[in-house]
Design a protein around this ligand. Structure first.
Ligand code: URA
Length: 423
């Protein structure tokens, strides 16, 4: 087999075989195929796409490059959940305990964040003592004991994806749907769950900018799942605005706790209820309507909240000791009117500059910093009224943030938080 022939085949829009894809990926991992050759291959895929069979084969080869987690000793149907990434996305912290409190085992591996704010693991590490790196035997024991454990993804889960993703990041090949689908699904399938709910974010704060692209990505991931005998549901959700009222790490954990205590922002709470309902429906083989009633009850009677406390304690965390900076700096409205838009990426960039996220893999996170949104879309504000806060231990110039809130004389039609649900 020749590297140049394989790249040429993709350049000419021909379909690659499993063996050809394996040759490229394995060769890249062992160093025989150089960065510049892989970059050219990835660009040919980005421009010409891949058939479903090619995308499935790429996913398979990436799974085979590392460990496949065996969760078969956990009782029940294991349901995983994955978000394609959003600003202020603390959904897992709410839906995982809610779903577990309904009796569905959650044995979840999550990642750390790069860009925007931290990932789920970074958020959990803002809780003092919380251990995200427990070993596999203990992880499985915990799920059998209390139905839930969230740990950091092992380094050897789809290592080919890790190496390819690092190259995509610097060669303008991140936005290809087959590459994104195989990257996400290789890690999800290697993680060992039986069924998967995907939260596919679309909008200004997401890497999928149009609903059509988000639907295409969803369908591709569902079809890959089918070929691996895994049922997948994709929920296409609105990422034009930050999720909930906070962006940061410790502060997002606090918001997740408030949400589980029935004091969450309405739209965010509804999103969590819907995602958890699909997870429970898949895990218990019941209708989504029955699952919704069950999840709502677990929210209202605080069983979801109690499950969160139990899970944090089990993993060594002190719920009364979450890293959140003490100082609050006001963000003031520039004029009177209704908030009709929020520059989500600007807020995310500001939070990142404060230290809430990483610019490079090696950066340390500042768990305590963040942004609180006091006002949201269609709220009326007066000039100089507080619309948000920056929390930080260092003095911050919040004027830079005021213009992230667009204020107009008329309200706008509010957008749905869920655009579509695809099975
Ligand atoms: N998340 C992933 O894991 N991979 C991608 O390619 C994009 C988002």
């Amino acid at each position: 087999m020749s590297i140049i022939d394989i790249i040429t085949k993709k350049k000419n829009k021909e379909e690659l075989t499993y063996e050809e894809i394996k040759y490229m990926v394995d060769g890249f991992i062992n160093g025989e195929i150089k960065d510049y050759q892989m970059s050219s291959f990835l660009m040919a895929i980005t421009i010409n796409g891949m058939t479903l069979d090619e995308t499935f084969n790429l996913t398979k080869v990436m799974i085979e490059s590392g460990d496949i987690i065996d969760l078969s000793t956990i009782d029940g149907i294991k349901v995983d959940k994955h978000s394609t990434g959003g600003v202020g996305d603390k959904t897992t912290l709410v839906v995982a305990p809610l779903t577990a409190s309904c009796g569905v085992p959650i044995a979840k591996m999550s990642g750390r964040g790069l860009g925007f704010t931290g990932g789920t693991i970074d958020k959990l590490e803002s809780i003092k003592g919380f251990n995200t790196t427990i070993n596999m035997d203990y992880f499985i024991k915990q799920v059998n004991d209390i139905k839930i454990s969230l740990i950091s993804q092992t380094g050897n889960l789809a290592p080919a994806d890790k190496k390819i993703y690092a190259l995509r990041d610097v060669t303008a090949t991140t936005e290809s749907i087959p590459l994104i689908a195989s990257s996400i699904m290789s890690k999800k399938i290697a993680s060992g769950a039986d069924k998967i709910v995907l939260d596919v974010k679309v909008g200004k704060g997401a890497f999928m900018k149009t609903i059509d692209d988000a639907k295409e990505l969803s369908k591709t991931m569902i079809n890959i799942g089918k070929k691996f005998n895994k049922e997948v549901v994709a929920i296409v959700t609105n990422m034009n605005y930050p999720l909930g009222k906070t962006i940061g790490n410790g502060i997002e954990v606090k918001e997740a706790i408030d949400t589980l205590n029935c004091n969450g922002e309405e739209r965010f709470t509804n999103l969590c209820l819907i995602i958890a309902s699909y997870m429970v429906s898949l895990g218990k083989n019941i209708s989504v309507e029955d699952a919704f009633d069950m999840v709502k009850e677990k929210l209202n009677n605080k069983e979801g909240y109690n499950k969160f406390l139990e899970f944090v304690k089990y993993q060594g965390g002190d719920i009364n000791n979450i890293d959140i900076c003490k100082n609050k700096y006001e963000v003031l409205s520039e004029k009177d009117g209704y908030i009709t838009d929020i520059d989500t990426l600007k807020l995310a960039g500001f939070a990142n500059d404060l230290g809430a996220g990483r610019k490079t893999k090696e950066d340390n996170i500042n768990y305590g910093v963040g942004i609180i949104l006091e006002k949201g879309i269609n709220d009326y504000v007066n000039k100089d009224e507080v619309i948000g806060y920056v929390i930080s231990d260092n003095i911050v110039d919040t004027k830079l943030l005021s213009d992230a809130f667009i204020i107009s004389s008329e309200k706008i039609k509010e957008e749905n938080i869920i655009f579509d649900i695809i099975k």
